[in-house]
Design a protein around this ligand. Structure first.
Ligand code: FAD
Length: 396
């Protein structure tokens, strides 16, 4: 039976980084994965350029039933630490928007960097591996794999969430938590497009592909100002993906289609200059024409000239544009979600080491834990920071 100091399950962002750090600290480490290659989500991420961190990482950008849990790891291994590593490996990067850092060339560079780091730590990588059973005894953990039995003094679960089953996602980590009596909070898809009910979807059908800046607000008051995108199934775009993590089934979201305000001022000014201009053409100065057609069919925009538009109609119009209440039918689910909300309850883990409080030698890192970041590099930073905190503990 092969013996390791540490076995890491999941060769994704968190698992590879943790394995590399632990290996470089002198530990004998194996990382294993059910897939054919490591870092599959990294390769897909950021449109193939991997949005590997964000300049504005802060705990407030993470959702968790325990909002304090992420603070320690994020403060001890920061975005600047990871940026240093990326730069040391000669990977060129740029800020796209809102502090989001992407590789100039390819996400593959991040996987190569992590693999190089693993090699420096003499990490053994075992792909296409299923863990059939895990048993714990005084010496540590015995894992029955398809075709082998291995022993680990310590076990790190970095198997991620349920998003994108096509990329190897599985409930494995939650099952391990349950096996060892740790609570797992209900999971749901996050950073995911909304689907819409049929009547509204049909009314919006001609908008598929239209994108515009908006402010989208969830019932709890959380709001994001970014683009929304109408799709043939419903609504997407960064503002919608962000708010989806704060949305609960049945709740409305409020969409402000005029995030800069100024609709009243525009209408008053245009009325003075062009009283016979149609309201529709005037609004085209602010909004995409296709959207205005749809808003007319929804009864938000009356078919009148500016001269004909009375004060009450104008007030109604401004209110409707700035507070369009949409009740999503649901989300596209794990199939297209970027992340999984919920997961291993942080109350059962040490925020300093990621070790299970009641199960010595068992650690959970990355997305399998109930810590979920915003869109924009926040989730990878959680993977790096939690992995680093865990590796420090393994090595100490
Ligand atoms: P993962 O990276 O998912 O790794 C888990 C690994 O465990 C996988 O390799 C999986 O194959 C393996 N595994 C699962 N079950 C088993 C099992 N039973 N046995 C063995 N191995 C198993 N975040 C950002 O910050 N920036 C982005 O640009 C970004 N883009 C994304 C794009 C897409 C399409 C998706 C789906 C997600 C994106 N994310 C992004 C989110 C980010 O990818 C995840 O939050 C991050 O990968 C989580 O890291 P992890 O190591 O915890 O899990």
């Amino acid at each position: 039976m092969e013996q390791f100091d540490v076995v890491v399950i999941g060769a994704g962002a968190a698992g590879l980084f943790c394995a590399a750090q632990a290996g470089q600290a002198g530990l004998r480490v194996m990382v294993l994965d059910n897939g054919k290659k490591p870092g599959r989500k990294i390769l897909m991420s950021g449109g193939g350029r991997c949005n590997f961190t964000n300049l504005y990482i802060e705990p407030a950008a993470y959702l968790s039933s325990n909002p304090h849990f992420c603070k320690s790891a994020l403060a001890r291994y920061t975005q600047w630490d990871f940026i240093d590593m990326v730069s040391r490996h000669g990977i060129a990067w740029h800020e796209k928007t809102l502090g989001q850092l992407f590789c100039d060339d390819s996400a593959e560079q991040i996987v190569t960097m992590l693999m190089d780091e693993c090699q420096q730590g003499n990490v053994t990588l075992r792909l296409r591996s299923e863990v059939l059973t895990i048993e714990r005894n005084e010496q540590g953990y015995t894992l029955q794999l398809n075709g082998a039995e291995i022993h680990a003094n310590k076990l790190v679960i970095a198997s991620g969430g349920l998003s994108m089953p096509g990329l190897g996602a599985s409930p494995f980590g939650y099952k391990v938590a349950e096996q060892f009596g740790l609570p797992v909070l209900p999971t749901r898809a996050g950073l995911v497009p909304f689907t819409l009910h049929k009547p509204l979807l049909e009314q919006l059908q001609t908008l598929s592909g239209v994108s515009l800046p908006a402010i989208v607000t969830a019932q709890d008051g959380t709001q994001f100002r970014e683009n929304i995108l109408f799709t043939h199934r419903g609504m997407s775009g960064p503002a919608v993906l962000q708010i989806s993590s704060y949305w609960r089934a049945g709740e409305p979201v409020v969409v402000n289609l005029a995030p800069d305000g100024g609709v009243d001022a525009l209408l008053d000014e245009q009325r003075q200059a062009h009283p016979n201009q149609s309201l529709k053409n005037t609004l085209a100065l602010l909004l995409p024409k296709r959207l205005i057609e749809v808003l007319m069919s929804l009864g938000f925009v009356p078919d009148v000239t500016l001269k004909q538009l009375n004060a009450r109609q104008q007030a109604d119009l401004v209110a409707r544009l700035s507070q369009w209440e949409v009740v999503p039918n649901g989300t596209e689910g794990y199939r297209t979600a970027e992340v999984t909300l919920g997961g291993v309850d942080t109350h059962a883990l040490s925020s300093r080491t990621m070790e299970a409080r009641t199960v010595p030698g068992l650690y959970f890192i990355g997305e399998v834990v109930d810590v979920t970041g915003w869109l924009g590099g926040y989730n990878f930073q959680w993977a790096w920071s939690s992995a680093w905190a865990c590796a420090q503990a393994l090595a100490s």
